[in-house]
Design a binder for this molecule. Sequence first.
Ligand code: SF4
Length: 463
Amino acid sequence: MSTAENMVVERSKAAPPEVRSQKPAVDPASLNHSDLKSGEFWRDVFDVSTDEFLDHMWQMKNSLYGEKQLMKVLENVAPAKFLDDAARGFRLAPMMVRVTPYLLSLIDWNDPWNDPIRRQFIPLAEQLEMDHPMLSLDSLHEQKDAPVPGLTHRYNDKALFLPLNTCPVYCRFCTRSYAVGKETDTVEKVNLKINPKRWEEAYAYIQTRPELEDIVISGGDAYNLPAKHIRAIGEKLLSIPNIRRIRFATKGLAVMPMKILTDHEWFQAIADVEKMGRKMHKQVCIHTHFNHPVEITEISRQAMNKLYENGIMVRNQSVLQRGVNDDANIMALLVKRMGEINVHPYYVYQHDMVKGVEDLRTSLQEACDIEKAVRGITAGFNTPTFVVDAPQGGGKRDAHSYEHYNRETGISVYTAPSVKKDKLFYYYDPIHSLSEEMRENWKDPKKREEMHNDAKAQAQANI
Ligand code: SF4
Protein backbone atom coordinates (compact mmCIF):
# COMPACT_ATOMS: atom_id res chain seq x y z
CA MET A 1 0.00 0.00 0.00
CA SER A 2 1.30 3.42 -0.93
CA THR A 3 1.83 6.12 1.69
CA ALA A 4 -1.17 8.02 0.33
CA GLU A 5 -3.40 4.92 0.56
CA ASN A 6 -2.19 4.45 4.17
CA MET A 7 -3.24 7.98 5.02
CA VAL A 8 -6.76 7.41 3.62
CA VAL A 9 -7.16 4.27 5.76
CA GLU A 10 -5.83 6.12 8.84
CA ARG A 11 -8.29 9.00 8.32
CA SER A 12 -11.28 6.68 7.89
CA LYS A 13 -10.44 5.01 11.21
CA ALA A 14 -10.26 8.37 12.98
CA ALA A 15 -13.23 9.68 15.00
CA PRO A 16 -15.81 11.56 12.88
CA PRO A 17 -15.31 15.33 12.94
CA GLU A 18 -17.05 16.96 15.85
CA VAL A 19 -20.51 18.28 14.91
CA ARG A 20 -20.79 21.90 15.98
CA SER A 21 -23.88 22.69 17.98
CA GLN A 22 -26.55 24.25 15.79
CA LYS A 23 -29.61 26.32 16.61
CA PRO A 24 -32.73 24.21 16.10
CA ALA A 25 -34.60 24.86 12.85
CA VAL A 26 -37.13 27.65 13.22
CA ASP A 27 -40.87 27.11 12.98
CA PRO A 28 -41.79 28.35 9.48
CA ALA A 29 -44.76 30.18 11.07
CA SER A 30 -42.25 32.45 12.81
CA LEU A 31 -41.28 33.84 9.40
CA ASN A 32 -44.78 35.12 8.63
CA HIS A 33 -43.59 38.73 8.79
CA SER A 34 -42.81 38.43 5.08
CA ASP A 35 -46.29 37.05 4.16
CA LEU A 36 -48.13 40.20 3.18
CA LYS A 37 -51.78 40.39 2.25
CA SER A 38 -52.21 40.39 -1.51
CA GLY A 39 -54.88 39.80 -4.16
CA GLU A 40 -58.19 41.64 -4.34
CA PHE A 41 -58.84 41.56 -0.59
CA TRP A 42 -61.19 44.56 -0.88
CA ARG A 43 -63.86 42.87 -3.02
CA ASP A 44 -66.24 42.03 -0.12
CA VAL A 45 -66.51 45.71 0.77
CA PHE A 46 -65.76 47.50 -2.52
CA ASP A 47 -66.46 45.58 -5.71
CA VAL A 48 -63.94 47.41 -7.94
CA SER A 49 -61.07 46.37 -10.18
CA THR A 50 -57.42 46.38 -9.13
CA ASP A 51 -56.75 49.40 -11.34
CA GLU A 52 -59.47 51.41 -9.63
CA PHE A 53 -58.52 50.33 -6.12
CA LEU A 54 -54.86 51.21 -6.71
CA ASP A 55 -55.74 54.67 -8.02
CA HIS A 56 -55.21 57.26 -5.28
CA MET A 57 -57.87 59.50 -6.85
CA TRP A 58 -60.42 56.70 -6.51
CA GLN A 59 -59.33 56.21 -2.88
CA MET A 60 -59.72 59.90 -2.14
CA LYS A 61 -63.08 60.26 -3.90
CA ASN A 62 -64.41 57.21 -2.10
CA SER A 63 -63.00 58.03 1.33
CA LEU A 64 -65.80 58.11 3.87
CA TYR A 65 -66.15 61.37 5.70
CA GLY A 66 -68.58 61.65 8.58
CA GLU A 67 -70.95 59.23 10.15
CA LYS A 68 -73.59 59.22 7.37
CA GLN A 69 -71.22 58.27 4.54
CA LEU A 70 -69.56 55.59 6.59
CA MET A 71 -72.81 54.05 7.80
CA LYS A 72 -74.10 53.79 4.24
CA VAL A 73 -71.20 51.52 3.28
CA LEU A 74 -71.18 49.61 6.56
CA GLU A 75 -74.87 48.70 6.30
CA ASN A 76 -73.88 46.08 3.75
CA VAL A 77 -71.00 44.55 5.70
CA ALA A 78 -71.37 45.06 9.46
CA PRO A 79 -73.84 43.46 11.93
CA ALA A 80 -76.83 45.69 12.91
CA LYS A 81 -75.84 45.65 16.60
CA PHE A 82 -72.43 47.02 15.65
CA LEU A 83 -73.94 49.86 13.59
CA ASP A 84 -76.10 50.89 16.51
CA ASP A 85 -73.14 50.94 18.89
CA ALA A 86 -71.04 52.94 16.38
CA ALA A 87 -73.82 55.52 15.84
CA ARG A 88 -73.84 56.21 19.58
CA GLY A 89 -70.02 56.28 19.64
CA PHE A 90 -69.82 58.98 16.93
CA ARG A 91 -71.97 61.33 18.99
CA LEU A 92 -69.44 61.24 21.85
CA ALA A 93 -66.24 61.40 19.76
CA PRO A 94 -63.90 64.44 19.69
CA MET A 95 -62.78 63.59 16.12
CA MET A 96 -64.91 63.54 12.98
CA VAL A 97 -64.51 60.14 11.32
CA ARG A 98 -62.66 59.81 8.00
CA VAL A 99 -61.41 56.50 6.58
CA THR A 100 -60.10 55.32 3.23
CA PRO A 101 -61.56 52.35 1.33
CA TYR A 102 -58.14 50.68 1.76
CA LEU A 103 -58.46 50.79 5.56
CA LEU A 104 -62.07 49.64 5.59
CA SER A 105 -61.11 46.67 3.43
CA LEU A 106 -58.53 45.54 5.97
CA ILE A 107 -61.06 45.32 8.82
CA ASP A 108 -62.39 41.90 9.76
CA TRP A 109 -66.15 42.55 9.44
CA ASN A 110 -66.97 39.18 11.02
CA ASP A 111 -65.67 40.56 14.30
CA PRO A 112 -65.44 44.35 14.03
CA TRP A 113 -65.67 44.74 17.83
CA ASN A 114 -62.17 43.36 18.29
CA ASP A 115 -60.57 44.43 15.05
CA PRO A 116 -57.36 46.49 15.57
CA ILE A 117 -58.06 48.90 12.69
CA ARG A 118 -61.70 49.41 13.63
CA ARG A 119 -60.61 50.25 17.19
CA GLN A 120 -58.38 53.07 15.92
CA PHE A 121 -60.96 54.74 13.68
CA ILE A 122 -64.55 53.88 14.62
CA PRO A 123 -65.65 54.62 18.21
CA LEU A 124 -68.11 52.25 19.89
CA ALA A 125 -70.18 53.71 22.73
CA GLU A 126 -70.06 50.43 24.64
CA GLN A 127 -66.27 50.38 24.71
CA LEU A 128 -65.74 54.03 25.73
CA GLU A 129 -64.35 54.78 29.20
CA MET A 130 -64.53 57.91 31.37
CA ASP A 131 -61.69 60.39 30.74
CA HIS A 132 -58.96 60.52 33.36
CA PRO A 133 -59.56 63.49 35.73
CA MET A 134 -56.06 64.85 34.96
CA LEU A 135 -56.65 65.00 31.19
CA SER A 136 -56.58 68.26 29.20
CA LEU A 137 -57.25 68.87 25.48
CA ASP A 138 -53.75 69.96 24.38
CA SER A 139 -52.04 67.63 26.86
CA LEU A 140 -48.60 68.07 25.24
CA HIS A 141 -48.84 71.89 25.48
CA GLU A 142 -48.05 72.28 21.78
CA GLN A 143 -49.89 75.60 21.67
CA LYS A 144 -48.22 76.92 24.84
CA ASP A 145 -44.82 76.19 23.29
CA ALA A 146 -45.74 77.90 19.98
CA PRO A 147 -43.99 81.26 19.38
CA VAL A 148 -46.07 81.75 16.19
CA PRO A 149 -49.29 79.96 15.18
CA GLY A 150 -48.58 76.45 13.90
CA LEU A 151 -44.92 76.25 15.00
CA THR A 152 -44.00 74.53 18.26
CA HIS A 153 -40.46 75.14 19.51
CA ARG A 154 -39.86 72.93 22.53
CA TYR A 155 -36.58 71.09 22.02
CA ASN A 156 -33.48 73.17 21.56
CA ASP A 157 -32.66 72.23 17.96
CA LYS A 158 -35.99 70.95 16.64
CA ALA A 159 -39.35 72.52 15.82
CA LEU A 160 -42.73 71.17 14.76
CA PHE A 161 -44.28 73.01 11.81
CA LEU A 162 -48.01 72.54 11.21
CA PRO A 163 -48.81 73.93 7.73
CA LEU A 164 -52.28 72.34 7.52
CA ASN A 165 -55.02 70.78 9.60
CA THR A 166 -56.37 67.97 7.43
CA CYS A 167 -55.41 64.32 6.98
CA PRO A 168 -56.40 61.51 4.60
CA VAL A 169 -57.96 59.79 7.64
CA TYR A 170 -58.83 60.92 11.13
CA CYS A 171 -57.57 58.75 13.95
CA ARG A 172 -59.68 58.58 17.09
CA PHE A 173 -56.59 58.93 19.24
CA CYS A 174 -55.08 62.02 17.57
CA THR A 175 -53.08 64.13 20.03
CA ARG A 176 -53.80 67.14 17.88
CA SER A 177 -57.59 66.83 18.04
CA TYR A 178 -57.48 70.46 19.29
CA ALA A 179 -56.76 71.52 15.68
CA VAL A 180 -57.04 68.60 13.26
CA GLY A 181 -60.23 67.81 11.35
CA LYS A 182 -63.64 69.46 11.41
CA GLU A 183 -65.28 70.71 14.58
CA THR A 184 -67.40 68.15 16.38
CA ASP A 185 -70.18 68.32 18.98
CA THR A 186 -67.54 68.03 21.70
CA VAL A 187 -64.53 70.06 20.41
CA GLU A 188 -64.04 73.54 18.85
CA LYS A 189 -60.79 73.53 16.80
CA VAL A 190 -57.84 75.93 16.52
CA ASN A 191 -57.52 77.22 12.92
CA LEU A 192 -54.42 75.82 11.16
CA LYS A 193 -55.68 75.75 7.56
CA ILE A 194 -53.31 75.77 4.55
CA ASN A 195 -52.17 79.38 4.35
CA PRO A 196 -48.77 80.27 2.80
CA LYS A 197 -49.00 83.73 4.43
CA ARG A 198 -49.18 82.16 7.89
CA TRP A 199 -46.20 79.98 6.99
CA GLU A 200 -44.08 83.13 6.36
CA GLU A 201 -44.24 83.87 10.09
CA ALA A 202 -42.94 80.37 10.85
CA TYR A 203 -40.06 80.72 8.34
CA ALA A 204 -39.15 84.14 9.77
CA TYR A 205 -39.01 82.69 13.28
CA ILE A 206 -36.89 79.71 12.17
CA GLN A 207 -34.44 82.10 10.46
CA THR A 208 -33.94 84.05 13.69
CA ARG A 209 -33.12 80.92 15.72
CA PRO A 210 -29.69 79.56 14.73
CA GLU A 211 -30.07 76.64 17.16
CA LEU A 212 -32.92 75.18 15.05
CA GLU A 213 -31.57 72.43 12.78
CA ASP A 214 -34.46 70.00 12.45
CA ILE A 215 -38.02 70.73 11.28
CA VAL A 216 -40.90 68.23 11.39
CA ILE A 217 -43.55 69.14 8.81
CA SER A 218 -46.73 67.66 10.16
CA GLY A 219 -50.30 68.80 10.62
CA GLY A 220 -52.55 67.49 9.64
CA ASP A 221 -50.71 65.26 7.29
CA ALA A 222 -48.20 66.02 4.53
CA TYR A 223 -50.13 63.64 2.22
CA ASN A 224 -52.80 66.36 2.00
CA LEU A 225 -50.33 69.07 0.97
CA PRO A 226 -50.51 69.62 -2.80
CA ALA A 227 -47.26 68.86 -4.67
CA LYS A 228 -46.55 72.58 -5.21
CA HIS A 229 -46.64 73.16 -1.42
CA ILE A 230 -44.40 70.13 -0.75
CA ARG A 231 -41.86 71.72 -3.08
CA ALA A 232 -42.29 75.26 -1.74
CA ILE A 233 -42.02 74.26 1.93
CA GLY A 234 -39.15 71.81 1.28
CA GLU A 235 -37.12 74.27 -0.79
CA LYS A 236 -37.73 77.16 1.64
CA LEU A 237 -36.67 75.17 4.70
CA LEU A 238 -33.61 73.68 2.98
CA SER A 239 -32.51 77.18 1.94
CA ILE A 240 -32.32 78.32 5.58
CA PRO A 241 -28.63 77.92 6.50
CA ASN A 242 -29.19 76.59 10.04
CA ILE A 243 -31.59 73.84 8.90
CA ARG A 244 -29.84 70.46 8.51
CA ARG A 245 -32.79 68.04 8.51
CA ILE A 246 -36.45 68.08 7.53
CA ARG A 247 -39.04 65.34 7.80
CA PHE A 248 -42.45 65.14 6.19
CA ALA A 249 -44.84 63.42 8.59
CA THR A 250 -47.60 61.37 7.01
CA LYS A 251 -49.76 58.46 8.01
CA GLY A 252 -50.39 58.00 4.30
CA LEU A 253 -48.26 54.89 3.85
CA ALA A 254 -50.41 53.06 6.39
CA VAL A 255 -53.79 54.26 5.11
CA MET A 256 -53.38 54.94 1.37
CA PRO A 257 -50.05 53.54 0.12
CA MET A 258 -51.27 53.68 -3.50
CA LYS A 259 -50.72 57.45 -3.55
CA ILE A 260 -46.97 56.78 -3.72
CA LEU A 261 -47.59 54.57 -6.78
CA THR A 262 -50.11 56.67 -8.70
CA ASP A 263 -49.83 60.32 -7.62
CA HIS A 264 -46.76 60.95 -9.79
CA GLU A 265 -46.69 64.71 -9.21
CA TRP A 266 -46.72 64.39 -5.43
CA PHE A 267 -44.13 61.61 -5.44
CA GLN A 268 -41.87 63.61 -7.76
CA ALA A 269 -42.12 66.66 -5.48
CA ILE A 270 -40.92 64.61 -2.47
CA ALA A 271 -38.21 62.90 -4.54
CA ASP A 272 -36.95 66.25 -5.88
CA VAL A 273 -36.85 67.86 -2.44
CA GLU A 274 -34.96 64.82 -1.14
CA LYS A 275 -32.47 65.07 -4.00
CA MET A 276 -32.04 68.79 -3.41
CA GLY A 277 -31.35 68.13 0.27
CA ARG A 278 -28.87 65.37 -0.58
CA LYS A 279 -26.92 67.73 -2.85
CA MET A 280 -26.83 70.28 -0.01
CA HIS A 281 -25.77 67.48 2.40
CA LYS A 282 -29.02 67.92 4.31
CA GLN A 283 -31.42 65.13 5.26
CA VAL A 284 -34.97 64.88 3.94
CA CYS A 285 -37.07 61.91 5.01
CA ILE A 286 -40.60 60.70 5.69
CA HIS A 287 -41.99 59.79 9.10
CA THR A 288 -44.98 57.48 9.00
CA HIS A 289 -47.32 55.73 11.36
CA PHE A 290 -48.03 51.98 11.18
CA ASN A 291 -49.65 50.56 14.34
CA HIS A 292 -50.51 46.97 13.46
CA PRO A 293 -48.99 44.33 11.16
CA VAL A 294 -52.23 43.94 9.14
CA GLU A 295 -51.77 47.53 7.94
CA ILE A 296 -48.77 46.34 5.91
CA THR A 297 -49.81 44.72 2.62
CA GLU A 298 -48.21 43.97 -0.74
CA ILE A 299 -49.35 47.45 -1.79
CA SER A 300 -47.33 48.93 1.10
CA ARG A 301 -44.34 46.88 -0.05
CA GLN A 302 -44.60 48.24 -3.59
CA ALA A 303 -44.90 51.81 -2.31
CA MET A 304 -41.91 51.35 -0.01
CA ASN A 305 -39.88 49.75 -2.83
CA LYS A 306 -40.45 52.88 -4.92
CA LEU A 307 -39.40 55.19 -2.08
CA TYR A 308 -36.39 53.03 -1.25
CA GLU A 309 -35.22 52.86 -4.86
CA ASN A 310 -35.31 56.66 -4.86
CA GLY A 311 -33.22 56.87 -1.71
CA ILE A 312 -36.04 58.21 0.48
CA MET A 313 -35.69 57.07 4.06
CA VAL A 314 -38.90 56.25 5.97
CA ARG A 315 -39.09 56.01 9.77
CA ASN A 316 -42.10 54.88 11.77
CA GLN A 317 -43.72 56.15 14.95
CA SER A 318 -46.33 53.78 16.41
CA VAL A 319 -48.70 54.43 19.28
CA LEU A 320 -49.18 51.68 21.85
CA GLN A 321 -52.91 50.99 22.04
CA ARG A 322 -55.08 48.63 24.05
CA GLY A 323 -56.64 45.96 21.86
CA VAL A 324 -54.50 47.04 18.90
CA ASN A 325 -50.84 46.31 19.58
CA ASP A 326 -50.56 45.86 23.38
CA ASP A 327 -49.32 42.32 22.90
CA ALA A 328 -45.64 41.41 22.64
CA ASN A 329 -46.21 39.01 19.72
CA ILE A 330 -48.18 41.55 17.71
CA MET A 331 -45.60 44.26 18.37
CA ALA A 332 -42.77 41.90 17.43
CA LEU A 333 -44.54 41.02 14.17
CA LEU A 334 -45.08 44.71 13.42
CA VAL A 335 -41.40 45.48 14.02
CA LYS A 336 -40.21 42.59 11.82
CA ARG A 337 -42.72 43.41 9.08
CA MET A 338 -41.56 47.01 8.97
CA GLY A 339 -37.98 45.78 8.67
CA GLU A 340 -39.12 43.55 5.79
CA ILE A 341 -40.32 46.56 3.75
CA ASN A 342 -37.46 48.91 4.78
CA VAL A 343 -39.43 51.08 7.18
CA HIS A 344 -37.25 51.93 10.14
CA PRO A 345 -39.11 51.32 13.45
CA TYR A 346 -38.15 54.49 15.30
CA TYR A 347 -40.54 55.06 18.23
CA VAL A 348 -43.42 53.38 20.03
CA TYR A 349 -45.28 56.04 21.99
CA GLN A 350 -47.06 55.43 25.23
CA HIS A 351 -50.58 56.62 24.34
CA ASP A 352 -51.00 60.33 25.04
CA MET A 353 -53.71 61.50 27.41
CA VAL A 354 -56.30 62.32 24.76
CA LYS A 355 -59.96 63.17 25.29
CA GLY A 356 -62.49 60.43 24.52
CA VAL A 357 -60.07 57.52 23.99
CA GLU A 358 -59.35 56.14 27.46
CA ASP A 359 -60.40 52.73 26.12
CA LEU A 360 -57.24 52.76 23.96
CA ARG A 361 -54.71 53.67 26.67
CA THR A 362 -52.56 51.12 28.50
CA SER A 363 -50.59 51.39 31.73
CA LEU A 364 -46.93 52.42 31.54
CA GLN A 365 -46.01 49.00 32.94
CA GLU A 366 -47.41 47.35 29.81
CA ALA A 367 -45.17 49.52 27.63
CA CYS A 368 -42.12 48.55 29.70
CA ASP A 369 -43.02 44.83 29.53
CA ILE A 370 -43.60 44.85 25.77
CA GLU A 371 -40.36 46.75 25.17
CA LYS A 372 -38.47 44.10 27.14
CA ALA A 373 -40.04 41.32 25.04
CA VAL A 374 -39.36 43.02 21.71
CA ARG A 375 -35.74 44.03 22.33
CA GLY A 376 -33.50 41.31 20.93
CA ILE A 377 -35.81 39.94 18.22
CA THR A 378 -33.90 41.81 15.52
CA ALA A 379 -30.99 44.23 15.04
CA GLY A 380 -30.81 47.09 17.53
CA PHE A 381 -31.03 49.74 14.80
CA ASN A 382 -34.38 48.23 13.73
CA THR A 383 -35.76 48.12 17.28
CA PRO A 384 -38.05 50.98 18.33
CA THR A 385 -37.48 53.03 21.45
CA PHE A 386 -40.54 53.09 23.71
CA VAL A 387 -41.22 56.65 24.82
CA VAL A 388 -43.61 58.70 26.89
CA ASP A 389 -44.34 62.13 25.41
CA ALA A 390 -44.41 63.76 28.82
CA PRO A 391 -47.65 65.71 29.37
CA GLN A 392 -47.27 69.47 29.95
CA GLY A 393 -44.54 69.71 27.32
CA GLY A 394 -41.67 67.61 28.68
CA GLY A 395 -41.03 66.04 25.30
CA LYS A 396 -40.20 62.42 24.63
CA ARG A 397 -38.67 60.47 27.50
CA ASP A 398 -37.53 56.84 27.41
CA ALA A 399 -40.47 54.95 28.99
CA HIS A 400 -38.16 53.28 31.54
CA SER A 401 -36.52 56.52 32.64
CA TYR A 402 -39.16 57.62 35.17
CA GLU A 403 -37.93 59.16 38.44
CA HIS A 404 -40.84 57.50 40.22
CA TYR A 405 -43.68 55.15 39.22
CA ASN A 406 -46.42 54.08 41.60
CA ARG A 407 -48.20 51.15 39.94
CA GLU A 408 -51.02 51.35 42.51
CA THR A 409 -52.04 54.96 41.82
CA GLY A 410 -50.81 54.79 38.21
CA ILE A 411 -48.77 58.01 38.55
CA SER A 412 -45.34 58.17 36.93
CA VAL A 413 -43.01 61.16 37.14
CA TYR A 414 -40.37 62.21 34.62
CA THR A 415 -37.78 64.95 34.37
CA ALA A 416 -36.52 66.49 31.13
CA PRO A 417 -33.37 68.43 32.05
CA SER A 418 -32.51 69.40 28.48
CA VAL A 419 -36.06 70.56 27.70
CA LYS A 420 -37.42 72.19 30.86
CA LYS A 421 -34.95 72.13 33.70
CA ASP A 422 -36.23 71.59 37.26
CA LYS A 423 -39.78 70.76 36.15
CA LEU A 424 -41.55 67.50 36.96
CA PHE A 425 -43.82 65.88 34.36
CA TYR A 426 -46.61 63.51 35.34
CA TYR A 427 -48.16 60.71 33.32
CA TYR A 428 -51.26 58.87 34.58
CA ASP A 429 -52.18 55.27 33.82
CA PRO A 430 -55.80 54.89 32.66
CA ILE A 431 -58.29 54.46 35.47
CA HIS A 432 -59.51 51.16 34.00
CA SER A 433 -56.06 49.64 34.63
CA LEU A 434 -56.23 50.36 38.40
CA SER A 435 -57.80 48.46 41.29
CA GLU A 436 -61.40 49.13 42.37
CA GLU A 437 -60.16 50.96 45.47
CA MET A 438 -57.89 53.24 43.43
CA ARG A 439 -60.65 54.02 40.97
CA GLU A 440 -62.71 55.29 43.91
CA ASN A 441 -59.75 57.34 45.22
CA TRP A 442 -59.40 59.13 41.88
CA LYS A 443 -63.00 60.34 42.19
CA ASP A 444 -62.17 62.17 45.42
CA PRO A 445 -60.33 65.52 44.83
CA LYS A 446 -58.72 65.39 48.28
CA LYS A 447 -57.31 61.90 47.77
CA ARG A 448 -56.24 62.91 44.26
CA GLU A 449 -54.16 65.72 45.74
CA GLU A 450 -52.64 63.40 48.33
CA MET A 451 -51.63 60.87 45.67
CA HIS A 452 -50.13 63.64 43.65
CA ASN A 453 -48.17 65.14 46.52
CA ASP A 454 -46.86 61.71 47.44
CA ALA A 455 -45.65 61.08 43.85
CA LYS A 456 -43.97 64.49 43.79
CA ALA A 457 -42.17 63.89 47.12
CA GLN A 458 -41.02 60.40 46.05
CA ALA A 459 -39.72 61.68 42.71
CA GLN A 460 -37.86 64.55 44.36
CA ALA A 461 -36.27 62.14 46.80
CA ASN A 462 -35.04 60.01 43.86
CA ILE A 463 -33.52 62.83 41.79
S1 SF4 B 1 -53.05 61.17 10.67
FE1 SF4 B 1 -51.85 61.97 12.39
S2 SF4 B 1 -52.46 64.13 12.60
FE2 SF4 B 1 -54.02 63.07 11.31
S3 SF4 B 1 -55.61 62.40 12.71
FE3 SF4 B 1 -54.19 60.69 12.53
S4 SF4 B 1 -52.72 60.98 14.22
FE4 SF4 B 1 -53.82 62.93 13.93
